[in-house]
Write a protein that binds this ligand. Structure first.
Ligand code: ZN
Length: 303
């Protein structure tokens, strides 16, 4: 991924921007650092709710704190007391049926951005238009958020120019070839024009995330309905999830972290807008729970 930072093909104007918070791409930073400096709504409401303790969900009877992850409703906290976030793109989260709801952070996104987030339980997933939807999932062939829009445009182009003598998707990884062919086709095309970063013209309609444990993820990601989607990876971030999973790289993010980092990159690199904490509140619950767990660990002498 780091090599992509140096490429000259896309959005040179965004290349050197630094972000507001300190979660730079240095993966050697301590895992706790990324949650520092976020622009968050006050956690006082969560502190108060925590003092009161768990409540019984009136719908399912489960004992819950802050929200019921089964019913997706707030508990002991009013809607007016928590931040609501408008996202720049729709998010679908595909949840593994065996994933324990209480451990999933997908529900945070649904509660904090209810109009833009939909949670599906596998195998129930929609049919996606492959040139308007991307899957955030690492692996061979996955591209960075910076390169995503260009790749989507290439996919759209290749569909509308079937007679093209050149297989355009070959350009996914080859910036040099990419710019060369663009010159041939659109003589004055600037990188920004080529990726269509003007508001309303970008093809991305929806971003799909998989919410499951490391071991279960493969089953979903290899589902044929997701096979043709462009894959986007976020490899430069390090998780601060407190529930570590065995054998998993520390770049394997909790779902809410992945959504947050994706949107941050999306704003900067695809919308070409400076990031000023607009999506920080996606981590409203996450950062609070993280601090609670850290305090407990510290007092138990574990770290
Ligand atoms: Zn419930």
């Amino acid at each position: 991924m780091s090599s992509l930072d140096q490429d000259q093909g896309l959005h040179p104007s965004c290349r050197n921007k630094t972000t507001v918070s300190s979660d730079s791409s240095d993966t050697r930073e301590p895992a706790k650092q990324p949650l520092q400096g976020l622009k968050l709504a006050s956690h006082a409401v969560l502190e108060k709710a925590q003092e009161r303790g768990r409540l019984k969900c009136s719908k399912c009877g489960g004992s819950r704190m802050f929200f019921c992850y089964t019913c997706c409703s707030l508990l002991g906290v009013n809607l007016q007391e928590i931040p609501l976030i408008k996202l720049p793109v729709k998010i679908d989260i595909i949840k593994h049926p065996n994933e324990t709801d209480g451990k999933s952070t997908a529900i945070h996104a649904k509660i904090l951005a209810p109009n833009d987030v939909t949670i599906y339980t596998y195998p129930c997933i929609p049919d996606y238009e492959k040139d308007q939807v991307v899957l955030v999932f690492p692996g061979p062939g996955a591209v960075s958020v910076q390169d995503m829009m260009q790749c989507l445009h290439d996919m759209t182009d290749s569909r509308s120019h079937r007679s093209s003598y050149e297989p355009r998707r070959k350009r996914l990884k080859t910036e040099a070839v990419q710019s060369a062919t663009h010159v041939a086709e659109k003589p004055e095309s600037s990188p920004d024009e080529a990726t269509g970063s003007e508001s309303g013209v970008y093809p991305l309609q929806r971003v799909v995330f998989i919410d499951s444990t490391w071991n279960q993820t493969n089953k979903i990601s290899t589902d044929e309905r997701l096979q043709d989607l462009l894959r986007v990876e976020l490899t430069t971030r390090k998780t601060c999830f407190w529930r570590s999973q065995k054998g998993k790289p520390n770049t394997y993010l909790a779902t809410i972290e992945a959504i947050y980092y994706f949107l941050k990159d999306f704003r900067e690199h695809c919308l070409a807008q400076e990031y000023n904490g607009e999506y920080d509140n996606l981590l409203f619950f996450y950062s609070y729970l993280h601090s609670v767990v850290n305090k407990a660990k510290t007092s138990a002498g574990k770290c």
